[in-house]
Unconditional design. Sequence first.
Lengths: 962, 114
Amino acid sequence: MIEQNLILVLVMLPFLGAVITATLPVNAHNAAAWISGLVLAAGLALMAVFHAPVAEGRILRGVVQWVPALQLNLSFRMDGFSWLFVTLVLAIGVLVVIYARYYLLKTDPVPRFYSFLMAFTGAMLGMLLSGNILLLVVFWELTSVVSFLLIGYWYQGQAARDGARMALIVTAIGGLCLMVAMLILGQIVGSNDLDRVLGSGDLIRAHPLYPLVLALFLIGAFTKSAQFPFHFWLPGAMAAPTPVSAFLHSATMVKAGVFLLIRFSPALGGTEAWFYAVTGTGMATLILGAVIALFRHDLKGLLAYSTISHLGLITALAGIGSKGAILAAIFHIVNHAVFKASLFMAAGIIDHETGTRDMRRLSGLMRLIPLTGTLAIVAAAAMAGVPMLNGFISKEMFFAEAVDWHNGTWLDNSLPYLATFASIFAVAYSLRFIATVFFGPPPVDLPKEPHEPTPWLRRPVEALVLICLVVGMMPGTTLGPVLNQAARAVLGPDTPHFDIAVWHGFNLPLQMSLVALLMGALLYLVFARQIAAGPEGPPLLHRIRAQRIYERLLLALSWRLPRLLHQRIGTEKLQPQLRILVLLALTFAAAVLWRQLAYATEPLANPLSPAFALMWLVGAACALGAAWQAKYHRFAALVLLGGAGLMTCLTFAWFSAPDLAVTQLLVEIVTTVLLLLGLRWLPKRREEIAEDQMLSARLRRLRDFVIAAAAGLGIALVSYAVMTRPLIPNIGDWFLRNAYKEGGGTNVVNVILVDFRAFDTFGEITVLAVVGLTVYALLRRFRPATESTNQPEQQRGEAAAALQDYLTVPGVILRWMFPAMIVVSAYFFMRGHDLPGGGFSAGVTLAIAFLVQYLGSNVRWVEARLTVLPIRWMGFGLLIAGATGLGAGLFGYPFLTAHARYVDLPLIGQVPAATAMLFDLGVYALVVGATVLMLIAIAHQSLRSARLRDQDTPEAESKEAA
Amino acid sequence: MEIVLSAAIGILAASGTWLLLRPRTFQVIVGLCLLSYAVNLFIFSMGRLYVGAPPIMPKGGFVDPTIYADPVPQALVLTAIVISFATTALFLVVMIASRGFTGTDHVDGREGGQ
């Protein structure tokens, strides 16, 4: 149990560190480094606790339920393999933090660096420890995203931005492929649990989707581990600060891909396709990386391609997949992380001290920085595979696998030669690094005079080089046990124990190593001058660069293609877009209903009432008239629209929906007034637009008429089909039966709104509030068109004087009506739960009471006497509704439960409908507020434009006078 | 009755759709109103047509759901009416603001075209 919690603590620790360091002041170098270092050290301490149970071969687990329905839980597991990997990440992490503390400039913003670094460590640990394949993908993507931020840390530089973006695009595309692969894997196995997936290798390999899963999975792993042809992002990522490079490209980011390959080799590996794809890609990358590295002049570029090459080596081993190969792969992961981190740090020191990373300018540094030089030379020798250093042993094991393991294919037969060939180049580039940088004549014309750096900048390198030496001389006693643990965790408990030794006799692998050392040295000595004088990259090959292909592709896909498509098929016009929408809807409806639309054999039929038919004769005429007149006779169209609305309202009343009828009628009034207010701001249109008479316009209208007729006919047919079909028993019956018993009201519609489905209503009134505020915000910056700012004709001259008092009588009547309307509103509200009415209609009624005061009198006169604060009405409405909902929580019920009867309190039992009424009160207040806000905001525009007019006139006059 | 109501829904929907495809903002706003009538009636009619059977229950006792109108479509339409009022208001404000900014009431914000 304790272990379970400790694993969760381990994963959460770095994220906690990220949050803390993110809140530090910008220049708190020491504090940030201490916090980060301590967090990682605490993680290491936890790993020490885990060592004993893991060494027994146990798998430790920690699970937090997340989305059980999707089998997506926060489940973590730790076995020997992930233990080794996590320890490696944390240990290198501590050293990187120490290094970064002295490497970063005083002016670099600290919180960003350390919090990203911590977040990245957390993502990496999460990925390594995930016990669920979907969770693994989540953390995998997180490493891509955070590495983007880390690589782009110095975002002022173009190179950093480009490198970060390239890394993100390549690894994130891989991550998407991986996600699809994991989803299919989960379907094949029937579980997302990592253990079950790893245990179902035979099932997966026999499945018809295996090739697809394998391809997607490998794209994910290869992009992350910078395998050919996705390798180009890694050199680009060298624009990152050196501590980031040392962390990302030694122990963490790029190792995630090979981790995945090794982890999933029992489930996906062992087939010919796996061998060809993984070992083939690995060997290609190994050779390509080694060759290009020799020809790079940039120090970090050389190290970047060398990293690619070593990752290829590990990948090739994972592809071979034999027990010795897996052990060698794990071993080389550790070794490469150790010597490559130290080399990156050394390169950083050289850059820091001399101001350049160009090997053609560096020379003879051994005299100036002897300590750093010695460390770098040892690390580079380990990289080259010189005996008595750690790189040598794992490389020997690789050679041994290349020679000993056979499956009889051509690739297998050529493995020893390819391996030796790549090693020759590895020796040559390591030698070039040592010889050009540290030996030769003293450097001339360096940007800075080099000195030994502060000791603490060197300490991490010293520690790492010490590990290189110790492991190189005593591999069996130092790393032997944990490596065997890790291999057993991957391959199963019956894996035999491997003895890792320095000396295996004068066997074939040793001869291969010697050949590589000799030939490599020879290669460098012969071609040293040509390489230095040559271009940045191997001869001939440097012209073909994957990065350039990627850039071309990116440009074409993200810039040219979208613009081309937009030009060809895009439009900025609204009408074609709407037309496409309507046509699509029609097509889909037709496709779904084609030959499916059946009419009931015994259709329901209410006896036809002539009055109803007559009513809709008028209604249809109104609708068609509104459609016909809306362009040139807006006012007429508005009146006709009101007619159609009235018929709708009457239909509701006719067919037993009194609530709807009341609400529709009230909303109809408000909508009409609203549109009337809007008419004032539209341009005059008395003369017909000439274009409307042209043939093309007529054709367009005909086409639209056909579309509209088809839409209308379709919806009429569908609604007739449904209306005449007998009603099947549905949820409505439950509402009818239980409205009074459970909701304490007899008006079922209202009970549904404020009780059964109150949460929906809560959402809807929130929408109403948002719309009200949006209207208010939009109109605050409103500037009317110039031709609309003048007073309308009817308010000018003699006509205005004659019409001065034209609404006096109605105004007085409406003023008297005001209290009566408030009473009506209250009446609607109070009876809402039992009879037609309720918060919505009562709210609109009160809004209308305010509105008619504005209509009947002068706006200024009204506002001098009546203060409405619509935003407060809305706010309090939302608060009341929300508080009612939360109140249910006090009694242990879910949000918005209004079942007061189920509470065993006698007092509350006596007022069962109380909470629902309170909720309705919130609805009421909000509807009043929102409606009044919209109407007043629009009505006020005429006041504002009058003010603007008053301001403008004197200015204009004074200008004219001047 | 059913045939009249479905014809009415069809005509409202057709008028609304036609206006939706017109070039002037006011036409579109009227079209949306007509369309919302059609849609509200359509949803409402999914509960079938009952004359004189509003879903108002007696206080207690046995309830026979078959003799009352279906309350669910009514509840849905009630909120739809209020929300469609809100969207009409929003669209109206966008319409007059766009007219203020661009000087035209064409849906594309500039004259010409369709």
